[in-house]
Design a protein around this ligand. Structure first.
Ligand code: GTP
Length: 611
């Protein structure tokens, strides 16, 4: 890969503002992919099935391209980043390997909530930011207005703003020139020995772990990473021999070496997924190196139990989860067992979309058949002498029991930022209050706009409120105009209790919930109704109850059914009768016995998958 200079950059933007489309155009313009490959705008970098189906980027991908300008050849390494709030950890990780970022803003929508958060992440990392307004081909585009927003929000100089259409390709060559002219080359490190920052990895069935690395620059030729090099990990101190190095072009393309400042992949016979630590520093065996500062570990915000539908599949499920967490290090994993659902894993995610995507990837890529329990956030239970974090409702103490020793409970809260047209402000404030928001505040985003000015609304709101259906409501109540982002804002004391569900007087552990006093009645009634709908009738009457401590909050009664499923079939239909008995036997096999009540595994599936 002969080249004279290197630029490492990323595209950051609010969801759907056109990152993947721009990436396609850049790859085309540099001849990395042919027009045909991206002809139907299929977004070459969105490789995962879930990404193509949902049209969102989940996993940051890397691609290299070569661009010549004034007889200089530049190696440009593009690191694509996801736009959704749940994946901001991926964003900050990708940015660690870059020196600059294109901040892409949709000309019809203007600055949105994530535009602000990704801008701040990039700025904190000291990246050179190039503001780019996209979709100027659209009749509704208002580039002049967006320029004013960029100026007032980020102090951008209007002359620095590029205007493009990633769809038609208009102005995209100016983007490439700006990358070369404005973004600095990877900076030289003061330390001499070779270091490689491991910023991503995936598992290849034949070659083991493939790691994406960024090589620190010093300037000496012996800093090249070559096939055959002996390297070691600062984190595990394990040693490896480099089998292959190369660049993502945009598929893996082996090269003779990786040069200082470059981003590329290495295969070094790493057998176990767990050996590749994102944020780890790799170095040449024998050298004395200090590890580079790693990444802030991802902090799970939402937890859920994942269980195999067939309890015999647990080992397979656990292995699949392990493999998948290698490509997504922000997921935390623990074993969990439930008397109703058997062995499973308790996973921590960055948000509910993240959880949904992980579940879909398990199903798509690992053919897993699973049940996911209702999501919960991590609560703090404060005792006299210690504080315990509880992320599984079954472990939450019964606060009505005076011997529990609990002084108080606290729940995580977030600082939410909502950007919305002025006419929807009233609705939005109502929605926030209904979800227990506090410290509401608002100001104008584009001062001086004469019609439909936009407002930035901020508040603190319990994370558990956001985890449910807040986002959907926000979208529907603002006719799709509101954008939303949030950041961690610590913990707040709260009036919470554990709600359990009883079938015929027996508690179902997998269905416990932690609820705020204000929502107890409604939650209790909704869930009891849901259970009533999906639980099959038994030979006897079954009371279904929601309880907090000893107090019953809601109740439904499931009527008894007739014993013999064949009773209604008359005489001679022997085959039909046998078939019914067979069916009955088959479904018995998959029954879970909760006390005296038989519950098919599918019932759990229905309960937990209906909102
Ligand atoms: P995430 O990965 O989900 O964050 O989205 P993204 O930012 O990668 O956006 P993507 O490239 O998927 O584009 C979103 C939609 O906008 C797609 O339907 C694109 O075809 C469309 N789009 C992107 N750029 C342009 C443009 O310049 N003009 C027009 N008219 N449409 C565009």
């Amino acid at each position: 890969f002969p080249c004279d200079a290197i630029r490492n950059f990323s595209i950051i933007a609010h969801i759907d503002h056109g990152k993947s489309t721009l990436a396609d155009r850049l790859l085309e313009l540099t001849g990395t992919i042919s027009k045909k490959a991206s002809g139907s705008n299929q977004q070459v970098l969105d490789k995962l099935k879930v990404e193509r189906e949902r049209g969102i980027t989940v996993k940051a991908q890397t691609a290299s391209m070569v661009y010549a300008i004034k007889s200089q050849k530049y190696l440009l390494n593009l690191i694509d980043t996801p736009g959704h709030v749940d994946f901001s950890w991926e964003v900050s990780r990708s940015l660690a390997a870059c020196q600059g970022a294109l901040l892409l803003v949709d000309a019809t929508q203007g600055v949105q909530a994530q535009s602000i958060s990704v801008y701040h992440i990039a700025q904190e990392r000291g990246l050179k930011i190039i503001p780019v307004i996209n979709k100027i081909d659209m009749p509704a585009s208002q580039p002049a207005r967006v320029i004013l927003q960029l100026e007032s929000m980020f102090g951008v100089d209007p002359v620095d703003v590029l205007q493009i259409s990633a769809k038609t390709g208009q102005g995209v060559d100016a983007v490439l020139r700006a990358v070369i002219e404005r973004i600095p080359p990877p900076s030289a490190s003061a330390e001499k020995p070779l270091k490689a920052l491991l910023f991503d990895s995936h598992y290849d069935r034949y070659r083991g772990v493939i790691s994406l690395v960024s090589i620190t620059r010093w300037g000496d030729s012996f800093l090249f990473m070559l096939t055959g090099d002996k390297i070691a990990s600062c984190h595990t101190r394990k040693k490896y021999e480099v089998q292959e190095v190369g660049v993502m072009y945009p598929e893996e393309l082996p090269t003779a070496s990786l040069r200082p400042g470059q981003v590329g992949y290495i295969a070094c016979n790493m057998k176990e997924s767990s050996e590749a630590h994102v944020g780890d520093t790799l170095y040449r065996v024998g050298a004395q190196v200090d590890p580079m500062p790693g990444f802030r570990p991802a902090k799970p915000m939402v937890y859920a139990g994942i269980f195999p539908v067939d309890t015999n599949d647990f080992i397979k499920l656990e292995e699949s989860v392990k493999r998948l967490t290698l490509t997504d290090r922000s997921v935390s994993v623990q074993r969990e067992s439930s008397s109703a659902l058997g062995q499973g894993c308790r996973l921590g995610f960055l948000g509910t979309l993240h959880m949904d995507v992980f579940r879909q990837r398990l199903e798509d890529e690992y053919d897993a058949n699973i049940i996911v329990t209702a999501p919960t956030v991590p609560y703090k239970v404060v005792y006299k002498d210690r504080t315990v974090i509880v992320s599984n409702p079954t472990e939450f103490p019964d606060l009505s029991d005076s011997s529990s020793g609990v002084k108080q409970v606290q729940e995580p809260v977030v600082k939410a930022t909502i950007i919305v047209p002025e006419d929807h402000l009233g609705e939005m404030m109502k929605l926030c209050f209904a979800h227990r928001a506090e410290d509401l505040d608002h100001r104008y985003l584009d001062a001086g706009a004469t019609k439909s000015a936009r407002i930035i609304l901020t508040c603190t709101i319990p994370l558990s409120e956001i985890v449910t259906d807040f986002f959907d409501k926000l979208k529907s109540k603002s006719s799709g105009y509101a954008s939303f982002d949030y950041e961690d804002a610590g913990y707040r004391r709260s009036d919470l209790s554990k709600m359990v569900f009883l079938l015929n007087g027996k508690q179902v552990d997998a269905l416990a919930l932690i609820v705020h006093r204000s929502g107890q009645q409604e939650v209790g009634r909704t869930w009891v109704k849901k259970l009533h709908k999906v639980i099959p009738r038994q030979l006897f009457e079954v009371p279904i109850q929601a309880a907090i401590g000893k107090q019953i909050i809601a109740r439904e009664t499931l009527k008894a059914m007739r014993a013999d499923v064949t009773a209604g079939l008359y005489g001679g239909h022997y085959e039909r009768k046998m078939k019914h008995l067979e069916n009955q036997k088959e479904s018995k096999r998959r029954m879970k016995r909760i006390g005296s009540v038989d519950l098919p595994q599918e019932a759990f599936f229905d309960i937990l998958s209906t909102k």
